[in-house]
Design a protein around this ligand. Structure first.
Ligand code: AMP
Ligand code: ZN
Ligand code: FE
Ligand code: FE
Length: 307
């Protein structure tokens, strides 16, 4: 496995590479976490139990479930993790925006029963369901005969997304592959693309804190969102996902520098969606457990009563 994919610093245990903060260099870790995982409670294909089974085989000590706009799978994942001796962190991935820039916010350690948090994510589940109806209407409008009930039956969850439409198109024989479905119809500015109403990122950070959690910017390398990082930090954002399957080594290094500069926590995860995009990605990112310790230390400080 390459250093890039390992989630460890490229030269962990060795001297710092030129320009990288020395404080981040430490001996290789022996315990690892994957803090970015999806199940069939959103657009992943695995059940929580299948994710845990694979994570156990890959030797993980801690996992977070980050399904889009839902915490529904967390209870089952927690049970499966407990049985496998793996630490579980409740989470979700919120789609948010700031200054017209889309970004994804990972919420960790939130109370999965927090009433306002649940109300807000349910609102965005409704947005997702309406968006599916609109996408299918647009497909039908260009004579692609996809049935909306087939998409909902395939998705079988409250938080459906474009990948479900893509899979339904393939299943109905209307597209040859998921990539073709995105390329022809579902990508931004393609005929069936529908913009998604998003949460304000600043409000999302506040909401995550209110629900007792930490807010972390997901895969910044994929979102062209660097310019808004200072504003997110000022709003209390806690961390940044430096290690992600789609980050190159240099991208991870850049965000480690940014994390250092803004005193942000460092996270990482595979963003595994099961078999929806070919080979499952779980195991491609192994975040040293020390980062989980730091998340917990920050959480303890945030929850401590002010003196
Ligand atoms: P949505 O939240 O409904 O906008 O869907 C976003 C999901 O679609 C994410 O999980 C993306 O990884 C996935 N996605 C975006 N583009 C593609 C593509 N070209 N092929 C497969 N999946 C994609
Ligand atoms: Zn997804
Ligand atoms: Fe994402
Ligand atoms: Fe994700």
């Amino acid at each position: 496995m390459s250093a890039e994919a390992s989630g460890q610093r490229p030269v962990a245990g060795g001297p710092p590479a030129a320009g990288l903060p020395a404080s981040d260099f430490r001996p290789p870790a022996s315990r690892y976490a994957d803090l970015h995982l999806h199940t069939h409670f959103s657009d992943g294909t695995f059940s929580p139990e299948e994710v845990v089974q694979r994570a156990r085989r890959a030797g993980f000590s801690a996992l977070a479930l980050t399904d889009h706009d839902t915490v529904e799978g967390c209870e089952r994942m927690a049970t499966a993790c407990a049985a496998a001796g793996i630490e579980f962190i409740t989470g979700t991935e919120l789609t948010a925006e700031l200054a017209d820039i889309e970004l994804h916010l990972l919420a960790y350690f939130i109370d999965p029963h927090h009433p306002r948090f649940l109300r807000e994510i349910e609102r965005f589940q409704g947005v997702r369901q309406n968006r599916i109806r609109e996408m299918v209407a647009r497909l039908n409008g260009i004579n692609v005969p996809l049935a909306v009930q087939d998409v909902f039956a395939l998705a079988n969850c409250r938080s459906p997304g474009r990948p479900h439409v893509a899979r339904a198109l393939v299943q109905a024989g209307l597209c040859g592959s998921l990539d073709e479905a995105f390329e022809r119809y579902l990508k931004k500015n393609r005929p069936a693309w529908v913009p998604k109403a998003k949460m304000s990122a600043l409000e999302a950070i506040q909401l995550v804190h209110e629900a007792g959690g930490l807010a972390v910017m997901a895969h910044p390398g994929l979102n062209k969102s660097d310019d808004v990082i200072p504003e997110l930090v000022a709003a209390g954002m806690d961390g940044i996902e430096c290690f992600h399957t789609k980050h190159s080594t240099s991208t991870s290094e850049r965000y480690l520098m940014i994390a250092d500069q803004h005193k942000l926590l460092v996270t990482g995860g595979s963003d595994c969606h099961g078999k929806s995009k070919g080979k499952p990605l779980i195991g491609t990112i192994k975040l040293p457990y020390t980062h989980v310790d730091k998340l917990k230390q920050r959480l303890a400080r945030q929850l401590a009563p002010a003196k």
